[in-house]
Every structure is written in structure tokens, then in C-alpha cells.
Design a protein around this ligand. Structure first.
Ligand code: FAD
Length: 429
């Protein structure tokens, strides 16, 4: 008889709450991971870098357990198929996992929980991916917050030492079930290896200490680049939040934004497809495919926008300040539905996270919870003057900037601004 620990957004052995609970129990633990066909089959790129990232991470986790004659048992199937197989291979006494708050994950988990319940197998779930879960920080009247500042205030008031305590899963490595199965190869799942480099899973104290001053300047190496690691749980949020608390309040605030958007998605899952504020449903987007193509390829003739899109296309990353600028540009200057931009980011970003991406896009479009008011339209030139004054970022990404090969602006800024104001005003009065 064994216990199963199901890995999802927690691809690490250390400081993993659900895994720790499983290993502390009486049964030997089999860690499993499902390469979910429902998700993988929808990916557009066969060399999707996130799949390579997951595959490499699992391989190194598997290697680390070799000395214990254990390993991670991976399946390539839909969750339902995989669980049927797991239950046919093992005599399962209990299942452990960490909670995942996205709409798809909630539906998936409730389906699996029912399947297990039918066989009297307990499905034990734990908080691991966040410091404060969506139901933990609510207004005094029990309703969810929809504005960030009061949410973050309460989050900080309620932050307890124990929220940041690590658990020493490594103490119990002898409690893994001793069985090793090979991890399916990328090619057997229809993927090829991506050659994009991945950011480190650590951040220096220097970056954290200077974060408040440097984080807004895209030419600086001023942010943590931990997004992909927080997304897949290759680092523990408790360890990162503990360091943030010790070094940088501004950085801690960004981690709270991450939880704010997860909280919004949990309470308002409709935001996946809909404007948070319904009054914006009346916006008449232009949705011109040629304009969209120029935005995607970084050829709008607005250097800061094009630099951002080229950074994204080349590295799978874009600096936060520039994400705000390109998102504003797409929705306001080009009047293209934020959902188009959101989908493009979802395809390209290594740190893609549904809750934050949706939140960021709705913020920029002015349709979101705590959004930029629609009449505040970023001027790409002023933004450049403020945040890339020497144009180091722009010149890095657009070597042909000073030549005839660089296109003229796709639309005049003033004209675009007036057009956007008219369209938004028409929609919301
Ligand atoms: P740092 O500045 O070092 O911040 C540390 C961590 O805090 C980040 O890794 C992230 O987990 C979290 N964080 C920081 N800023 C935000 C924020 N505004 N909202 C939510 N979490 C935040 N972030 C994603 O993780 N995934 C996305 O898909 C995503 N899409 C975005 C789309 C748009 C249009 C915008 C404006 C922002 C988006 N963000 C997204 C938020 C932010 O841009 C990135 O988290 C950040 O740039 C990642 O770089 P970093 O790891 O160096 O962040």
C-alpha cells in the first residue's frame, strides 16, 4: 500500500507542504506528475519552452532521488486517464497534493476527488503556492477585495511568522516508495527541446535591496526574474517572501500583487473571458489583423513598444514596465481587444500565469478590478523619457533604429489618443 503525492505547481522536493505531510505519514510515498494532454495538446508551439522547463526540472528531481532508489512517476495522459492508471498500478491508501486555484485546476481536482472518493481514498490538499489563500484575506463583511491597496494592507496585518516557516521535506527522503520509472521523453510527447535559456532560481540580496529604485528601468538588471520559478514552484514562495520581508517592502508588495490576482481569479473566474467591469463590454474594438501582426512582430515604429515585443519574442521575458506600455499600446492606440494580447503573452511568456496575465491585461485596458482609468493613456515617448532615457534598452533590441529599415509610426500618438478616448467614451459614457 502506498500514498501518492501529486505534483503540479510545486516542482521541488524541498519545503513542499503537501509532500511533507505525505512523507510524515505511515505509507511509502510515490510522487507523480501528469503531462496533461488537455493542456499540452492546446499549445501552439512544439518547442514550447515551458514544456522543456518542466521536463528538465522533473529529470533533475528524478535524478536526485536515485540514491534513495526512488523517483517521480510521470504520466502523459489526461488527468482522468492517468488516475485510472495510477489506481490500477498501485494499491493507494491516500492521495496528497497542494491546492491550485485556477478554474481549470479546480474542475480537474473536483473530478479526481470524486473518483477517489468512490474508492474511499482520501484526497488531502494543502496550501503551498501562496502565503495567503483567496478565502483568507477578505473584507470585514466577508466579501472579496477588488482594490489592491486595502487588500495588501490586510494581507500584511495578517502575516504571521508561521506563514513563512519552511518545512524540511528532505528529512524524510527514506520514506519514498522504492520504484523508478523512466520519464517520458519530450519527443514521445510530440515536443522538441527549446534552446531558450532559463533564469536562475535564485535572486541576489543586491537586487532585492535595490529593487525599489531599479525595478522600473528595463535596461537595468533590477528585478528578480523569479516569475517562472514561482509559477512552477521550483522555488518556495515562503522562502522568497521571507527574504522580501527582510530586504524590500516594495518587492514584498509585488508578491502580494501575485496573490491579489489569484484571489480575483478564484472569486471571479468569469474574468478569464470577460471584462471585470461589464460596462466595458460595449467597447468597439477595431481588431485590425495587420495592426496586430505589427504589434506581435515589434514593427509598430514605436521603439519602446517594438523593443518590448522583440525582447518577448527572443527571450520569453519582458520587463514589467514595458509589459504595461505594450499592453496599453495594443488596447488603446490600436484598439485591439485585450484578449488578443493576453493570448499572445500566454503563448510566449516563460512566466505565464493566467491570474497575473489576465490581471495585467485588464489593468492596462482599463476594464479590470483596480485598473488604470481609461482616459489615462500611456504616451510611449514620455514613458521612454522617464524609464529608458539613454535608450539603452531600445537600442539593444532595435539595432536598425537609426536606419531607413525601421518603420514609421503605425499611427500618430495624438490621433490614436483621441480615437481611443472617443471609443471608450462612447462605450462607457
Ligand atoms: P519581479 O519584479 O522581480 O517580481 C517578483 C515576482 O512578483 C514576480 O516574479 C511575480 O511572481 C510577482 N509579480 C511582480 N509584479 C507583479 C504584478 N504586477 N502582478 C502579479 N504578480 C507580480 N506576471 C506573471 O507572473 N505572469 C504573467 O503572465 C504576467 N503577465 C503580465 C501581463 C501584463 C500586461 C502586465 C502589465 C504584467 C504581467 N505580469 C505577469 C506581472 C509582471 O510584469 C511580472 O510578474 C514580472 O515582470 C516578472 O518579472 P520578475 O520575475 O523579474 O518580477
Amino acid at each position: 500500500r502506498v500514498a501518492i503525492f501529486w505534483h503540479r505547481r510545486d516542482l521541488r522536493w524541498d519545503d513542499n507542504t503537501g509532500l511533507y505531510a505525505a512523507l510524515e505519514g505511515d505509507l511509502p510515498v510515490v510522487p507523480v506528475f501528469i503531462f496533461d494532454k488537455n493542456i499540452l495538446d492546446d499549445l501552439e508551439d512544439r518547442d514550447d519552452a515551458r514544456v522543456t522547463f518542466i521536463h528538465r526540472t522533473l529529470t533533475s528531481m528524478h535524478d536526485r532521488l536515485a540514491e534513495h532508489k526512488a523517483g517521480i512517476h510521470c504520466f502523459h495522459a489526461t488527468p482522468e486517464e492517468a488516475w485510472k492508471e495510477i489506481l490500477s498500478i498501485y494499491d493507494v491508501g491516500a492521495v496528497y497534493t497542494n491546492r491550485d486555484y485556477e478554474p481549470y485546476a479546480r474542475e480537474r481536482d473536483s473530478g479526481i476527488e470524486k473518483m477517489l472518493e468512490a474508492q474511499n481514498i482520501p484526497f488531502n490538499t494543502y496550501k503551498d503556492h501562496v502565503i495567503k489563500e483567496p478565502e483568507e484575506i477578505l473584507k470585514d463583511n466577508g466579501e472579496p477585495y477588488v482594490v489592491f491597496t486595502p487588500y495588501s494592507r490586510k494581507w500584511k496585518e495578517h502575516l504571521a511568522e508561521k506563514d513563512l516557516e519552511s518545512v524540511a521535506s528532505a528529512l524524510y527522503f527514506n520514506n519514498f516508495h522504492t520504484v523508478r520509472h523512466a520519464i517520458p521523453s519530450l519527443s514521445s510527447m510530440g515536443f522538441t527541446e527549446s534552446d531558450l535559456p532559463f533564469p536562475d532560481d535564485d535572486v541576489t540580496d543586491k537586487i532585492l535591496r535595490n529593487y525599489g529604485e531599479k525595478r522600473d528601468f528595463p535596461a537595468e538588471n533590477g528585478t528578480s526574474r523569479l516569475g517562472i520559478h514561482l509559477r512552477f514552484g521550483t522555488v518556495s514562495i515562503r522562502k522568497i517572501a521571507q527574504r522580501a520581508k527582510e530586504t524590500s517592502e516594495v518587492f514584498l508588495n509585488e508578491l502580494i500583487w501575485r496573490e491579489f490576482y489569484q484571489m480575483i481569479l478564484w472569486h471571479f473566474p468569469r474574468v478569464v473571458n470577460e471584462n471585470f467591469h461589464k460596462k466595458y463590454d460595449a467597447i468597439q474594438w477595431r481588431n485590425n489583423p495587420d495592426d496586430f501582426e505589427r504589434w506581435c512582430t515589434g514593427t509598430t515604429g514605436y521603439p519602446i513598444v517594438d523593443a518590448g515585443m522583440r525582447e518577448l519574442n527572443t527571450t520569453g521575458y519582458m520587463h514589467n514596465r514595458v509589459r504595461m506600455i505594450v499592453a496599453s499600446f495594443l488596447t488603446k492606440h490600436l484598439l485591439i481587444d485585450w484578449r488578443w494580447g493576453e493570448a499572445y503573452f500566454a503563448r510566449k511568456l516563460l512566466d505565464y500565469e493566467l491570474a497575473s496575465n489576465n490581471g495585467g491585461w485588464q489593468w492596462a485596458a482599463g476594464t479590470g478590478t483596480d485598473a488604470q482609468p481609461y482616459f489615462r493613456i500611456f504616451n510611449p515617448y514620455t514613458q521612454t523619457e522617464k524609464f529608458d532615457k539613454q535608450e539603452r534598452y531600445i537600442q539593444h533590441w532595435i539595432p536598425e533604429l537609426e536606419t531607413d529599415n525601421y518603420p514609421d509610426p503605425i499611427i500618430d500618438h495624438k490621433q490614436a489618443r483621441e480615437r481611443a478616448l472617443d471609443v471608450y467614451k462612447e462605450a462607457v459614457g
